[in-house]
Design a protein around this ligand. Structure first.
Ligand code: C2E
Ligand code: CA
Ligand code: CA
Ligand code: CA
Length: 277
């Protein structure tokens, strides 16, 4: 039975949710306009398990707002996507990434930076030309950047997505399919999407050392990726046992807290210089 009390509590909850959503939209748009330093780009290395070297890193956005406090990217990225301004977030991200790449290079650190993009970005050809123009101005080759996208975002117009991704690859950017194995994932994407790298979702990796069923999945996905000429990245590697298992399965890259947490560019430079296995 639905009581008056239930309705009141339910609408309170809804109101809270929408108020927060609205604040995220207002505050994030304001920050993107004014650049008050609330946004930051953190970096997490991907360890190449064959060469025992870090050749690439993932850029992960952070947002600390004075009203809302620290907001998880899981939350505000989804809001920006739904509200239709994720492109402005992505623009901030690649501009910051290119500044950081320049400072990495000043420290003789040559890593490829992977940025996360959404379907709206893939469908926007202007984004690609702006990234390329900014690289050109800074005399950087496309190989300094790569793109990770979550396959679920692509479903709406797969044909167009495939076409856009092919153009990005032709331009020299590596493409990774993110979060493979979750949500919307479909095996048919493997043959349809032009991608270089498959990132197996951390939900299959976190307990790799404890769960035989996860090991079966990861082993099979690694084989599948290789059959489609893709390299495989495992994210969520939290201990050495999992890392060794991944190495045995022929996984090319491992990423996770066991290797390094996401850290800011200055800390990353220090970490990279002192890292050894
Ligand atoms: P993702 O792309 O799948 O990123 C991996 C997430 O796993 C990151 O969370 C990372 O901090 C976390 N992680 C890394 N290693 C470990 C580990 O060993 N254990 C555990 N438990 N977690 C680990 P984060 O930074 O909170 O980002 C969450 C999601 O937000 C990302 O998932 C991505 O989908 C999205 N995101 C983050 N930055 C950006 C961005 O700049 N643009 C876009 N469009 N999306 C972003
Ligand atoms: Ca990612
Ligand atoms: Ca992922
Ligand atoms: Ca994710």
């Amino acid at each position: 039975q639905i009581t008056r009390q239930f309705i009141l509590e339910f609408s309170d909850e809804l109101e809270e949710k929408y108020t927060r959503r609205l604040s995220i939209i207002t505050e994030l748009k304001k920050e993107l306009r004014e650049n008050n330093g609330e946004l930051a780009l953190f970096y997490q290395p991907k360890l190449n398990l064959i060469q025992n070297k870090v050749l690439s890193v993932e850029a992960l956005i952070r947002w600390n707002n004075k009203e809302l406090g620290f907001v998880s990217p899981e939350d505000f990225i989804a809001v920006a996507e739904h509200a239709g301004f994720i492109g402005e977030v992505t623009t901030w991200v690649y501009q910051q990434a290119i500044r950081d790449i320049i400072s990495f290079r000043d420290h003789d650190i040559d890593v490829m930076v992977a940025i996360n993009i959404s379907a709206q970005d893939v469908m926007n050809p202007e984004l690609l030309s702006m990234v390329m123009a900014l690289l050109r101005v800074n005399e950087l080759p496309p190989s300094v950047l790569s793109f990770e996208m979550t396959e679920g975002h692509l479903v709406k117009d797969l044909g167009k997505a495939v076409q856009q991704l092919a153009i990005m690859r032709e331009a020299g950017f590596k493409i990774a399919i993110d979060d493979f194995g979750t949500g919307y994932s479909s095996l048919s994407y493997l043959s349809k999407l032009p991608a270089d790298i498959l990132k197996i979702d951390k939900s299959f990796v976190l307990k790799l050392d404890q769960q035989e069923s996860d090991r079966k999945i990861v082993r099979t996905v690694a084989k599948l990726a290789h059959d489609f000429n893709m390299e495989i990245v495992a994210e969520g590697v939290e201990n050495q046992e999992s890392l060794e298992i991944l190495r045995n399965y022929g996984c090319e890259y491992a990423q996770g807290y066991h290797i390094c947490r996401p850290i800011d560019a200055a800390k990353y430079i220090e970490w990279h210089k002192t890292f050894s296995l």
